[in-house]
Write a protein that binds this ligand. Structure first.
Ligand code: ADP
Ligand code: MG
Length: 258
């Protein structure tokens, strides 16, 4: 998936005039946005503004929704991921995704994390090493290390979500996309996930969709504000929060805090 020698200007993922249509309804309107390396980019905005659609178009998952049409480009390390020669399955491995509700499989904790590695028919010692590493990076290892054979569905909601993060990490993605990963969790479980994200953002590229503005403030380096399918503005999180350039952003943030 990487293109040797191609300039990336430090951005791992970049969209250019990205539009998504459902029939003649335009859901995303010409979004041009970059996700730099080792950065957590938060995407915020009111319900229905296109956050999920944007995230799903970053790894071609949008193609799994019936009837959506994508226009414009998404570049991963300089390469257009919608190019006809690119395998979408490979795209989704390099650019992993975690959903709003934990999508745990009815199998053991260990096998949940090993899932993607099994598809690659990796030798068992390699699988084990990756599983342990992924559970550690997801901040779950200490809680499950003695129970790896337990059914994953016996874990709490917050643990299940960290397990999903571990499963995504196990195949060594370069980018992690998360769609409101804490919206179904209590504050303590949310705090654990935020801690995990704060560590992961040092080592990879993360795009986090959240309707929780305070969460964006706590964990992100940059924040993008979406409204009615458009990118209104993007900037360093502190700047955007303290000094929004667009009245639409200010109105949204004031509504959330004021
Ligand atoms: N598969 C689809 N077909 C038709 N409309 C869709 C589809 N997916 C999303 N939409 C519409 O696109 C808009 C943006 O949705 P979404 O990306 O889920 O927003 P958000 O995540 O910000 O709440 C909404 O009006 C939604 O109804
Ligand atoms: Mg959504």
């Amino acid at each position: 998936m990487s293109v040797p020698g191609e300039k990336t200007n430090g951005s791992v993922l970049a969209t250019q005039d990205l539009s998504v249509w459902a029939g003649d309804k335009q859901i995303l309107k010409s979004v041009t946005l970059e996700a730099p390396d080792r950065t957590l980019l938060a995407v915020i905005g009111p319900s229905g503004c296109g956050k999920t659609t944007f995230l799903r178009s970053l790894n071609r998952m949008v193609e799994l929704s019936h009837g959506l049409r994508v226009d414009g480009t998404v570049r991963y390390l300089g390469q257009d991921i919608y190019d006809a020669r690119v395998d979408p399955v490979l795209v989704r491995r390099r650019i992993g995704m975690v959903f709003q509700r934990p999508t745990v499989f009815p199998m053991s904790i260990y096998e949940n994390v090993a899932f993607g590695l099994r598809l690659d028919r990796k030798p068992e010692d390699e699988v084990e090493k990756s599983v342990v590493g992924a559970l550690q990076r997801a901040g779950l290892w200490d809680e499950v290390k003695d129970d790896l054979d337990r059914p994953a569905l016996s874990l709490s909601g917050g643990q299940q979500q960290r397990l999903c993060i571990a499963r995504a990490l196990a195949v060594s993605p370069r980018v992690l996309l998360l769609d409101e990963p804490t919206s179904s969790l209590d504050p303590a479980a949310t705090q654990k996930i935020e801690g995990t994200l704060q560590e992961l953002r040092e080592e990879m590229t993360i795009v986090l969709v959240t309707h929780n503005v305070a969460q964006a403030g706590r964990v992100s380096d940059r924040t993008a504000y979406f409204y009615q399918g458009r990118l209104v503005e993007v900037g360093p999180t502190a700047d955007l929060f303290e000094n929004p350039k667009d009245p639409l952003t200010e109105e949204y943030l004031t509504g959330r805090f004021g």
